[in-house]
Design a protein around this ligand. Structure first.
Ligand code: NCD
Length: 325
């Protein structure tokens, strides 16, 4: 038996948020270059706001439900911090184990419950398409905070924002993505967000963990260029962005395959000696050995800045979706 879908979402008149007011954020495909510029502009303002005042009351009276079916430190905390710094309140369901999900409640019923209490729902789920499904049932906006091996649009926005902050722009760069390109949703979303920017993509992974064909095809269709490699040493000298990922242990059905892939790459100061002085090393984190701690003090290590930028980007998105940007 299927529940009834929500009536289509109200589309409020929106002259100020470039169409984001009241909308779901499900995929980076929704973000045109103009919309990305708009979000980055609001994020700049949020950064200034946090640096000067710490918080504001823009979202006072608004409530966000944070519904996480998978583990998270950064995404969940930064969404909560973003909401709280804008004066809003949070219902944190960071571990669904303690919610009625454990009693067998469906996603449809859980989101239709939470929208009785909250103005929007941030959802992380282990299934591709779960955010779209939730959006189908909910009449309040859903923000996809990662759906299985699918997408992680807010991460891609904060990644791209970090590239622009650190390198000044994101056009014509050589971007190497390294590690688990098959199961890593962050690289799927970031690749899509960077299409049509004349990027030279370098997909570096063990054969088993190649970038999915669907995404390679999207890169080609966009007229962008990519090459694939298994070794980072040969190309490290030419990259502007080195985006490192964790091997996604939880996605493997055969753990011996995971053991083979894990530890294939370790970014060290020695490797970075061969890299440009004006490049950045990124990682969505958590890391489990892919970047040695000795790299952290290198000014090119951007992963702590990425985390900080995540708050500004999420503040911008929450404000826009709730019509207060
Ligand atoms: C990533 C994720 O959950 O996809 N983490 C994050 O959101 N910063 C990356 C990962 O878990 O490897």
């Amino acid at each position: 038996m299927q529940p009834n879908p929500a009536p289509s979402k109200p589309r409020p008149a929106d002259n100020t948020t470039n169409g984001l007011y009241g909308q779901d954020i499900l995929s980076v495909r929704q973000f045109t270059p103009e919309l990305i510029d708009y979000v980055f502009g609001v994020a700049d303002e949020m950064k200034t706001l946090v640096e000067r005042f710490g918080s504001a009351d823009l979202l006072q009276g608004k409530v966000m439900a944070n519904l996480f079916y998978e583990p998270s430190t950064r995404t969940s905390s930064s969404f909560m911090a973003a909401m709280q710094r804008l004066g809003g309140q949070v219902i944190p369901i960071n571990t669904v184990t303690f919610s009625s999900v454990t009693k067998g409640e469906s996603l449809a019923d859980t989101v239709r419950t939470l929208e009785c209490y909250a103005d929007l729902i941030v959802l992380r789920h282990y299934e591709v398409g779960a955010a779209a499904e939730a959006a189908h049932w909910a009449s309040k906006p859903i923000i996809n905070a990662g759906d299985g091996v699918g997408e992680h649009p807010t991460q891609a926005l904060l990644d791209a924002y970090t590239i622009v902050q650190d390198l000044g722009h994101m056009d014509g760069l050589t971007v190497a993505m390294l590690g688990d390109l098959r199961f890593g949703r962050t690289v799927h979303s970031l690749t899509r967000l960077l299409l049509h920017r004349n990027i030279d993509f370098r997909f570096v992974s063990p054969r088993l963990l190649r970038m999915p064909e669907e995404i390679r095809d999207e890169v080609s269709a966009a007229g962008d260029h990519f090459t694939e490699a298994e070794d980072i040493h040969d190309i490290i000298h030419e990259v502007d962005v080195l985006y490192v990922t964790r091997v996604q242990k939880e996605r493997f059905t055969d753990l011996s395959e995971y053991e083979k892939a894990q530890g294939a790459y370790i970014i060290t100061p020695k490797l970075l000696q061969k890299a440009k002085s004006e490049m950045i090393v990124m990682h969505p984190l958590p890391r489990v050995g892919e970047i040695s701690y000795e790299v952290d003090n290198d000014p090119r290590a951007a992963y702590f800045r990425q985390m900080q930028n995540g708050v500004y980007i999420r503040m911008a998105l929450l404000a826009a979706v709730l019509g207060r940007a």
